[in-house]
Design a protein around this ligand. Structure first.
Ligand SMILES: [Zn+2]
Length: 660
């Protein structure tokens, strides 16, 4: 994570998906109101719309259809108003969802393998006009370089020619799904020698054509506006779809934590995109739940927490809004955003423009849950980590391999070189298992997948944090045999898996005390193996003891790190960057406790935390430790390579600067 974020950091993404049935579009738009909102929001960028999910365009167009109740160039008016006060205004174009286009051109729709039109949300093709419609229920259109894609190219060219300054283009709904079986795609596959009946061929075709779509949009835009930014949302900032990353000028990490899975998704993404050498921003909404929610708000303190959380991981911020059809900006929204963005602006010097010095590396697996499980456990223990990129193991004290990671020969030789130099490795489940054998020396022989539907970990080592009783593992451990590893704990199995034929009581079958155990946690040299995917299990079931067991195993090799924080609790988050050009470290801490209320995960109480003890390992000559925002100096001790100080109070967020 380099945190050298060159992209504007205080953006609003202004949606405007407006039914053609509504009259008076933009009738209350005024430059004064628009500019007042941007100023109140303390914005440096606002994404404005040219074409919405209803297929309506908001400027005079020959390519598309201008909204029937709009009689002026609203897109241009917003761009000009923003530019006049020094705010960037990239332009939004819908791609995958475009309702009128889908109705007028069924042949433009994406089709699934079973021949049905692809839809999203709870779209019901049999519904009568008066039936209630669910959220986000749209037809998907095919962007695979066919007629509809040509339409978007033409629209792109029209917009690029129309406006003398285009700061950037934002294409929405670009990569949902992995294959399309519309007639054009099937014909295209055959022409390319690919078989539409073969799933991997269909997927291959999809990727080739989606890349081509992105390339052509890039080419058109750059012909007219070589320095403009471009981003393809809904897939463009997915760390698991690297094939599309080259086509993005920067990354907008869309995430609505209240409704889309909570507050812990951003850090992993930010750590990934922070390593790509381009700008990256977190993208949330002003809404209580999700996009397009008129009248839905989250509190301004929750918004402040969200944007400060983004900054903690070096990401800029974008807060989504949805303008009323009459074009008037809702000032309450911009007061809330302004409250959050004033704070973001004040802490920016301590969050951006530095290098992560985290000494634990996470090697990204294709198993998302396993990655997120590791990330959550580390975050909850304030163990700052970074992702291992390009097999650069050397900068880390310890590298963690979640389930499913299999290394290429080249990566394996880099890892073995790292281990030979004293590098430490923690692996779990079937990580680094290829053709039924471990790729590195774990001191164990890999036998195979779990035999039962659950199992139990038994430890004979006394440790304060872990159970001294058999601990249920809902996701059972992989089977190994010890050769020459030190065994820290063992697995015992149940009498049988729970089936209709054999079951015991309400839930999991009890453990059979007579069976011989096999390795659960073991160590050979600097290599620790965990038979279970404890992080994945923790992410799914949330048992405190799975988390503690993982940390216990990690600490058998991890040397304790450069930064230790005590007193932040499991909901506290802490990161540190080194700003070598300013000869200082910046430590950022944040605390809030999101809670599930109804269908949402919300933040209501932000309670202060007192007396957080920090120790930092450094060989630098420390000159001063102070709170970034107030300049208040903190007393510190320097002893044996450790700087130690206490942060008296944390209220939502604080930045501490350690100058050397
Ligand atoms: Zn298609």
């Amino acid at each position: 994570m380099n945190c050298n974020n060159k992209f504007p950091t205080r953006q609003t993404h202004l949606d405007f998906h407006t039914s053609p049935d509504i009259k008076g579009i933009g009738s209350k738009f005024s430059k004064q109101n628009f500019q007042a909102a941007l100023k109140a929001g303390n914005l440096d960028s606002i994404t404005v719309f040219a074409k919405c999910h209803h297929s309506m365009c908001y400027y005079p167009t020959k390519v598309g259809t201008m909204h029937p109740s709009l009689d002026f160039d609203l897109t241009g008016a917003m761009v000009d108003a923003a530019h006049e006060i020094g705010v960037r205004a990239p332009i939004y174009i819908t791609a995958g969802w475009s309702d009128m286009d889908a109705v007028n051109h069924p042949e433009w729709r994406a089709v699934s393998k079973d021949g049905k039109f692809v839809t999203t949300g709870t779209y019901d093709p049999t519904a009568a006009p008066n039936h209630a419609k669910g959220d986000c229920a749209w037809h998907m259109l095919c962007l695979n370089d066919g007629e509809y894609a040509e339409h978007i190219y033409a629209l792109t060219e029209e917009i690029c020619k129309r406006y003398s300054v285009v700061d950037g283009l934002f294409y929405d709904i670009c990569v949902i799904g992995n294959a399309c079986y519309c007639e054009t795609c099937k014909k295209g596959m055959r022409e390319m020698g690919l078989d539409p009946e073969n799933d991997s061929d269909a997927q291959k075709y999809f990727i080739i054509k989606r890349q081509l779509f992105m390339k052509k949009c890039n080419d058109i835009m750059k012909k007219y506006h070589p320095n403009a930014t471009i981003f393809f949302n809904s897939g463009g900032a997915d760390q698991y779809r690297p094939q599309y990353h080259d086509y993005q000028s920067h990354f907008e990490m869309e995430d609505l934590p209240t409704a889309w899975g909570g507050y812990d998704k951003l850090p992993l993404r930010a750590k990934f995109f922070g390593n790509k050498g381009k700008g990256y921003i977190g993208m949330t909404g002003k809404f209580h739940l999700a996009w397009g929610e008129f009248g839905g708000f989250k509190s301004k303190d929750a918004l402040k927490f969200e944007v400060a959380s983004m900054a903690l991981y070096g990401a800029g911020a974008s807060v989504g809004d949805h303008m009323h059809p009459d074009g008037e900006m809702e000032m309450q929204t911009y007061e809330n955003i302004g409250y959050a963005y004033k704070y973001l602006e004040s802490i920016a010097p301590f969050c951006y423009g530095g290098e992560s010095v985290a000494d634990i590396g996470l090697y990204l697996s294709s198993d998302r849950e396993a990655n997120e499980g590791v990330s959550n456990i580390l975050l909850e223990n304030q163990i700052d980590y970074d992702l291992v990129m390009d097999d650069n193991f050397e900068r880390f004290d310890t590298v963690i391999f979640p389930d499913r990671v299999v290394l290429s020969d080249e990566s394996l030789s880099a890892l073995n070189a790292y281990i030979d130099k004293g590098g430490k490795v923690v692996l779990m489940a079937d990580a680094l298992v290829k053709n039924g054998e471990f790729q590195i020396d774990t001191g164990l022989k890999y036998i195979g997948k779990p035999e039962f539907d659950c199992d139990y970990i038994v430890s004979d080592k006394k440790h304060n944090d872990i159970l001294n009783a058999p601990m249920l593992c809902n996701i059972p451990g992989h089977r190994t045999e010890n050769i020459d590893a030190e065994i820290y704990s063992e697995i015992i199995t149940p009498y049988f898996s729970r089936t209709y034929g054999h079951f015991c009581g309400h839930k999991n079958t009890p453990f059979d005390k007579s069976v011989k155990g096999f390795p659960a946690i073991s160590k050979k040299g600097n290599v620790v193996y965990m038979a279970h995917s404890l992080p994945k299990q923790y992410r799914e079931y949330g048992s405190l003891f799975h988390k503690k067991y993982f940390v216990y195993a990690l600490n058998t090799v991890y040397s304790g790190g450069y930064l230790k924080v005590e007193g932040l609790g499991s909901q506290g988050r802490c990161t540190m960057i080194c700003q070598s050009d300013k000869s200082r470290y910046c430590i950022n801490m944040i605390y809030a406790s999101p809670v599930k209320r109804g269908c949402a995960e919300i933040i209501e109480d932000i309670m202060p935390i007192y007396n957080i003890k920090v120790s930092l390992k450094t060989d630098k000559n420390i000159k001063k430790v102070y709170l970034g925002l107030t300049g208040e100096e903190l007393e510190y001790k320097y002893d044996n390579g450790m700087v130690m100080f206490t942060v008296p109070e944390l209220n939502c967020h604080t930045s501490v600067v350690v100058e050397y």
